[in-house]
Design a protein around this ligand. Structure first.
Ligand SMILES: O=P(O)(O)OC[C@H]1O[C@H](OP(=O)(O)OP(=O)(O)O)[C@H](O)[C@@H]1O
Ligand SMILES: O=C(O)c1cc(=O)[nH]c(=O)[nH]1
Length: 220
């Protein structure tokens, strides 16, 4: 059964127009009946609440056992910032955070990383929005590995879409574990969203579309 915390998070995303239903094209070219656009969070209260959801997940998984958190550009930037603030405020876990520029800057302070500068031996956690086919995370890992000899064991996302990655029969999240040794922790998965819709009773048409999409792209 869907936990109260997961239900609360799904309703929070819907109330902020972040979780939407309709027809959307993903980065990997899939036509999806739902979409998670964390770029739609737009108030202080929303980003504050979001930070608390991430902070709780990070604290339960890692405690204080990491050096810094990284938010990949663009949408990972406010997510890592919000999570860092909430970890400090809610749990007294005061950790550095940093993010990248998609294009390196050659004037002023230069460089492509902003905020904390990773050091050899650091344990970095990644804060992101969603994983679909795994393209974005494959771009993110080299950014970190080229910066210093860091390890990345954990990544935190809002929604695991549970979709196939580059190999039939495996989700992108499974591939991320196999290729990079990174455990991905999602606040909710597409299965939770489907369960939520089924429990609400007035989403029968959407449920059919979700089922057809999940049948085609999800590995469950
Ligand atoms: O697992 P994938 O198939 O890669 O898809 C998911 C990624 O795609 C989007 O990012 P995008 O590259 O559009 O970056 P943005 O943060 O700049 O919007 C989204 O924010 C995820 O990070
Ligand atoms: O696959 C994507 O591009 C994608 C899916 C999703 O739900 N949200 C998002 O921002 N990107």
């Amino acid at each position: 059964m869907l936990s109260a915390a997961k239900k609360e998070f799904i309703e929070f995303m819907m109330s902020a127009d972040v979780l939407r239903f309709g027809e959307f094209k993903t980065k990997s070219g899939r036509l999806s009946p739902y979409f998670v656009n964390t770029g739609n969070y737009r108030t202080g209260k929303q980003i504050d609440t979001l930070g608390k959801f991430y902070a709780q997940c990070i604290k339960e998984t890692c405690g204080e056992n990491f050096t810094a958190m990284f938010g990949p550009a663009y949408k990972g930037i406010p997510l890592a910032t919000a999570a860092a603030g909430a970890l400090a405020r809610e749990y007294g876990i005061n950790k550095p955070y940093f993010f990248n520029r998609k294009e390196a800057k050659d004037h002023g302070e230069g460089g492509s990383l902003v905020g904390y500068q990773p050091q050899d031996g650091d344990k970095i956690i990644i804060i992101e929005d969603v994983i679909t086919a795994g393209t974005a995370v494959r771009e993110t890992v080299p950014v970190l590995m080229n910066a210093a000899k860091v390890t990345v064991n954990d990544m935190f996302i809002s929604v695991n879409r549970c979709e196939v990655g580059q190999n039939a029969g495996k989700t992108a999240v499974m591939e991320v574990k196999e290729e990079f040794g990174i455990d991905v922790h999602a606040i909710v998965t597409v299965k939770d969203i489907r369960e939520y819709l089924a429990g609400e009773g007035n989403y029968s048409e959407m449920l059919q579309k979700m089922d057809a999409y999940m049948e085609q792209y999800c590995v469950l």
